[in-house]
Design a protein around this ligand. Structure first.
Ligand code: NAD
Length: 320
């Protein structure tokens, strides 16, 4: 029987691409419940779903910030049976923190962190009872690595990473499978997400910060960030393909990065416990992004050296 897959935030971007890809699966392995906060925005998904609509793909309302909408959506599924939950809904926010209100920051945490918590809280007990299930979360490389002017967004993704890292062992024991939680960690992806944060950034009032910080954000950060998106950005379909590979793997990984360029950089954190290598690299990435490749090669050398030291350490501890 096809697996029931529930995806959040399917009106655009990664969620839409993933819902359509799974619904169009040639082997018909999935029944997709593509959810969105506002059903008025179902047009693009309906168009892309084509003949799969109401066959292998159904559209339902679900707001990850509204517990009642989550419960009523899950209750509408026969036996509340969800085999695979894909937490994709998310919002971005960039800029100096002095220009953001605490309410706006809480809004980001409400969607990106508590949204994931609400969904898992509702679905996990049924999965535990059935002793099977797979929880997937679209996190970000920013769940592993802080980056300037993304302070609150990064914090929300770090929260998600910490939450899932804590949950993975329990899920492995209860769902009788070591790979019951998977974090997908994309780098930049060209979607409405990027357009929305840039639009907000252009209309924001920077009078609440000092001119130097405002200039650093509007001139240096925004310019380089746009260049990074246009040169390294992946498509929603790329992320959908990676996610599908993770879901269908015999032993899905706990963490999966979609953009190889970022892998050595995120590993820098573990290679250098003082944090110096990591902060230096990310500073250069934001302000001198053309040196990225050079940095990546340097990072690979450091990581190889570190891996050798770690293997020696493991031997000394007598684990192997
Ligand atoms: P997007 O803006 O196209 O999609 C996000 C979706 O989430 C939208 O459809 C939006 O309506 C929905 N959403 C927002 N709040 C919601 C709520 N309360 N309830 C239900 N749905 C809600 O952007 P995207 O790039 O496709 O983002 C999808 C996920 O990928 C997000 O979690 C984002 O953090 C993550 N991500 C994006 C990028 C990127 O560069 N675009 C990079 C790494 C990770």
């Amino acid at each position: 029987a096809p697996k029931t897959v529930l995806i959040t935030g399917c009106s655009s971007g990664i969620g839409l691409a993933l819902a359509v890809k799974m619904a169009r699966d040639k082997q018909k392995r999935f029944k997709v419940i593509a959810t969105m906060r506002n059903l008025g925005k179902r047009g693009c998904l309906e168009a892309d779903a084509g003949i799969t609509l109401n066959k292998t793909l159904e559209i339902r309302q679900l707001d990850v910030c509204d517990e009642r909408s989550i419960i009523s959506c899950i209750n509408s599924i026969p036996n509340r049976h969800v085999d695979i939950l894909i937490n994709n809904a998310g919002v971005g926010m960039i800029g100096p923190i002095e220009c953001q209100t605490i309410e706006e920051m809480k809004g980001v945490m409400e969607t990106n962190f508590f949204g994931v918590v609400r969904m898992i809280k509702e679905v996990l007990p049924d999965m535990k009872r059935r002793r099977s299930g797979h929880i997937v979360v679209i996190s970000s490389v920013m769940g592993l690595q802080g980056i300037m002017f993304n302070d609150i967004y990064t914090a929300s993704k770090f929260a998600v990473e910490g939450f899932c890292e804590s949950l993975v062992i329990q899920a492995a024991l209860m769902l009788a499978c070591v790979s019951s939680v998977s974090l997908i960690e994309p780098g930049p992806v060209v979607t409405e997400f990027e357009t929305k944060v840039y639009e907000d950034a252009e209309n924001a009032d920077y009078s609440t910060t000092d001119p130097e910080t405002a200039d650093m954000f509007t001139n240096l950060y925004l310019k380089n960030s746009k260049a990074i998106f246009s040169s390294l950005g992946q498509t929603p379909n790329d992320i959908a393909e990676h996610t599908l590979r993770v879901i269908t793997a015999t032993k899905p990984p706990f963490r999966h990065q979609t953009n190889a360029v970022y892998t050595p950089m995120t590993a820098l954190k573990h290679a250098d416990p003082t944090g110096a290598l990591m902060t230096d690299t990310f500073y250069k990435m934001v302000f001198k992004y053309d040196t990225l490749m050079h940095i990546s090669l340097k990072a690979i050398r450091v990581i190889r050296w570190q891996a050798r030291k770690m293997r020696q350490g493991v031997k000394m501890l007598g684990f192997r």
